[in-house]
Write a protein that binds this ligand. Structure first.
Ligand SMILES: Cc1cc2nc3c(=O)[nH]c(=O)nc-3n(C[C@H](O)[C@H](O)[C@H](O)COP(=O)(O)O)c2cc1C
Length: 360
């Protein structure tokens, strides 16, 4: 099979001073967090190939602006805003906090009563946002309107076949979510060590690695496997600017890589969540009812729980998305410190550790 995108790293460093490595991490005298140029930084006009994925009740203007101000790509979560009008206001708030590019996530849910997607699309276009992250169902019917408005679309998917579909309908990039990811990993259970190089073998458009990404090691590994950057969810929740209750950040810090669970598999809507009493209750129902389980059986554990968890810090109110990467999260830095640290660590890994292996 021809390998269109894995031969070499499409990456080069551009010297950029003023960004220091995080205290406690010593990269030596040359430890500047340098800019990295990839097809993703070029596509979105950002400094670093690091994206903050849309997150329900987390992706408000504060977080999106902080990530974008730090040189990454921040993303507002569209459906967290109850109406298109409220989304327009949230975008306006974000415009006031940053003059850097940021995006909006539009998640196409498998529901009978669909949200007002045409309204959300119009709100995004009218607000001047130039980047949209789509997720969930096929976004094809909204692409012409988005593309006509000059919007770049990155579609999040969990399989090579869905990534190829996204490419064929005209998406500009894809975010490839491995089995490790917080949120919805799909039903194939392919981890990123396999999924990313498979995506590289098949895709022509650029893609970012999503799921399990936390630090410079993740970024370098993702680039080595053929991606042009990384997308992070859980890691960005444990940052100073993430506008969620402190209990959420502490829960992530306290969690290990063993503490997530998969729920809703019998409903073919699998979600990776942090374990808690509500999740255990839900899983008992799944074990009891098997494939006969209906959404109504677990409504108490999953419906409308996000505001209680993310805003009020009631950590046992229900099931909430969290990635295995929680095991790699040990602090609550600012977005700027986090991104600078990732870039400095990536540079050090490439220039020192990896180059050091080469036999001269
Ligand atoms: C709390 C939480 C809420 C999320 N909500 C959404 C969402 O509404 N739409 C979406 O496309 N992805 C959502 N995601 C997925 C993330 O955008 C991202 O793809 C995922 O977290 C990557 O895996 P990681 O957590 O290992 O970094 C959510 C993830 C988390 C942790």
């Amino acid at each position: 099979m021809p390998c269109r995108n894995s031969g070499r790293l499409r990456t080069e460093f551009r010297e950029n001073a003023h960004v220091s490595a995080t205290p406690g991490m010593d990269f030596g005298e040359n430890s500047k967090g340098d800019l990295m140029k990839t097809r993703i930084t070029d596509l979105f006009h950002i400094e670093h190939p690091i994206i903050q994925g849309g997150m329900h009740y987390v992706g408000f203007a504060e977080l999106a602006a902080a990530v974008s101000n730090a040189g990454g790509l921040g993303i507002i979560t569209g459906l967290t805003q109850k109406t298109p009008e409220l989304l327009a206001k949230e975008i306006e708030r974000c415009h006031k906090m940053t003059d850097k590019p940021f995006g909006v996530n539009l998640t196409f849910l498998p529901t009978v009563m669909a949200p007002d997607y045409p309204g959300y699309v119009s709100a995004i276009i009218d607000s001047g946002v130039k980047i949209v992250e789509t997720a969930g169902r096929n976004p094809e019917q909204y692409l012409p309107k988005l593309k006509d408005a000059g919007i770049k679309v990155i579609h999040k998917c969990t399989s090579v076949r869905h990534a190829l579909k996204a490419e064929s309908i005209g998406c500009d990039a894809v975010s490839v979510d491995g089995f490790e990811c917080g949120g919805h990993p799909g039903e194939d259970d392919i981890p990123n060590m396999i999924l990313l190089p498979r995506a590289a073998e098949e895709l022509t458009i650029p893609f970012v690695a999503s799921g399990g990404m936390a630090d410079g090691r993740s970024l370098v590994a993702a680039l080595a496997l053929g991606a042009d950057g990384i997308n992070m969810g859980t890691r960005f929740i444990a940052t100073q600017e993430a506008p969620v209750h402190e209990n959420v950040k502490q829960a992530i810090l306290n969690a290990t890589e063993l503490d997530t669970r998969l729920i809703m598999r019998p409903l073919k809507n699998t979600e990776r969540v942090l374990n808690n009493p509500a999740v255990e209750r839900l899983r008992e129902k799944e074990a009891l009812l098997g494939n006969n389980i209906q959404f109504e059986d677990i409504i108490e554990e999953v419906a409308g729980v996000y505001p209680k968890i993310m805003t009020q810090g009631d950590m046992d109110a229900g099931a909430w998305s969290c990635g295995m990467v929680a095991g790699l999260i040990h602090d609550i830095p600012t977005c700027k410190d986090l991104i600078s640290r990732i870039m400095a660590e990536a540079k050090s890994l490439i220039e020192e550790r990896l180059t050091g292996f080469l036999d001269e």
